[in-house]
Ligand binder design. Structure first.
Ligand code: GLN
Length: 388
């Protein structure tokens, strides 16, 4: 048999999603792949039940149902601070995973370079490989995960086609400040580079940090492809509803890529989700409050156990330092954690370009009782290992 495509030879399956399968195998508390174990808002579910009896069972318009795009344009215009045209500037996709892939396919030619901050969400590596592009990694330095502006400019000097910006950031929880975004914006302008954003945690931000949409910076709208999704905002990760917002000239091409990749996102789910898109600002405040509570609970638990960890400004992930447990490989540690302790985690190495083996990622998008159970299990594990 001939070889399969060389394009796919370079990457493995997703470690995040593999850890979910491993967690399920051991019946572990799954804090690996980031998704909630609590219900989406009741109003959305009620609408879904009604939608099944209405006429939403065939394809919607390929770039998204009219109703959905109009509701999304209204919400995002309000938040992003500029008018978004629902017909020419939005493409509804199957999750932001497809949004990012379609954005990459839209801007990158084989051989083009793309700047990616490290640590990064693992899909970006695969996105660049599948679109034939080559990543230039720029480190974010702990504990604040700041970048060095000179290093960033050195990456821009290599003539990249685009920069990928995950803000709020997975896995490190960084929320970029206005000044940091302005540095990126000035460089994007100077070196004529597109910016592809992943803003799926736009509503999960902890005070005093605030989310600033990159496209809202002066002059950036025309070069920004904003990607996001409904997954985290309405606790519907399985619905696979994401979107791209970009100027009409770019959106035209994103529409074509999306058309041939997936045709369209699920019509009944788009219709039901309109209910969520029409929620008032209170909903988003309550969501942030809920996650602020969960962050407090989980981080306090880790502090009580004297496990050192990052403090996220946004998103719902924590990186834990596992050095004291004495494992050489973070992957081996995570396998042990799933099989013997009953906690699903993601090895930190899958997020870093640098050689990092002492971190694991846990998420806290879970019911309080689930988080408490995980903390109990960690406590037993530490006690068993006789760590102080
Ligand atoms: N963003 C989620 C995480 O990092 C996973 C999303 C996905 O698996 N599509 O865990």
């Amino acid at each position: 048999m001939k070889n399969l495509s060389s394009r796919t030879a370079g990457f493995t399956d997703s470690v995040i999603r593999r850890m979910t399968r491993i967690s399920n195998q051991y019946g572990a508390v799954n804090l690996s792949q980031g998704f909630p174990d609590f219900e989406p808002p009741k109003e959305i579910l009620d609408r879904l039940a009604d939608v099944t009896k209405e006429d939403f069972h065939q394809y919607s318009i390929t770039w998204g149902a009219q109703n959905f795009r109009e509701a999304l344009a209204e919400k995002q215009s309000r938040l992003m601070g500029f008018d978004i045209n629902p017909d020419t500037e939005i493409v509804v996709t199957c999750g932001s995973t497809e949004a990012m892939m379609a954005a990459m396919m839209t801007v990158a030619n084989p051989g083009d370079k793309v700047i990616v901050f490290s640590p990064f969400y693992e899909n970006y590596g695969a996105d660049t490989i599948l679109s034939g592009a080559e990543p230039i990694y720029v480190p974010l330095y702990p504990p604040e995960f700041n970048f060095n502006a000179d290093e960033l400019e050195a990456a821009f000097r290599q003539n990249p086609k685009a920069l990928i910006l995950c803000n709020p950031s997975n896995p490190c929880g960084k929320v970029f400040t206005y000044d940091e975004l302005k540095i990126i914006a000035d460089l994007a302008e100077k070196y004529d580079t597109y910016v592809i954003t992943d803003e799926v945690y736009e509503h999960i931000v902890y005070k005093p940090s605030e989310h600033i949409y990159f496209a809202s910076l002066p002059g950036m709208r025309q070069r920004t492809i904003s990607c996001s999704s409904l997954s985290k905002t309405y606790s519907v990760t399985g619905w696979r509803l994401g979107y791209v917002i970009a100027p009409a000239e770019i959106t035209e091409t994103v529409k074509k890529v999306h058309d041939f990749l997936t045709v369209g996102a699920a019509a009944p789910l788009q219709e039901a989700a309109v209910t969520g898109l029409k929620f008032g600002d209170d909903y988003y405040r309550q969501l942030a409050d809920k996650y602020t509570h969960k962050r407090g609970l989980f981080l306090k638990g880790l502090d009580d156990l004297k496990i050192s960890h990052t403090v996220p400004q946004g998103a719902y992930y924590v990186l834990l330092d596992i050095s004291e447990f004495g494992y050489e490989s973070d992957l081996e540690f995570c396998e042990k954690l799933a099989s013997d302790v009953g906690i699903g985690a993601v090895p930190g190495s899958s997020f870093f370009k640098e050689d990092v083996n002492h971190l694991i990622r846990l998420h806290f998008a879970k019911k309080d009782e689930t988080l408490n159970e995980a903390l109990n299990r960690l406590e037993h594990f530490r006690a068993k290992m006789k760590l102080k």
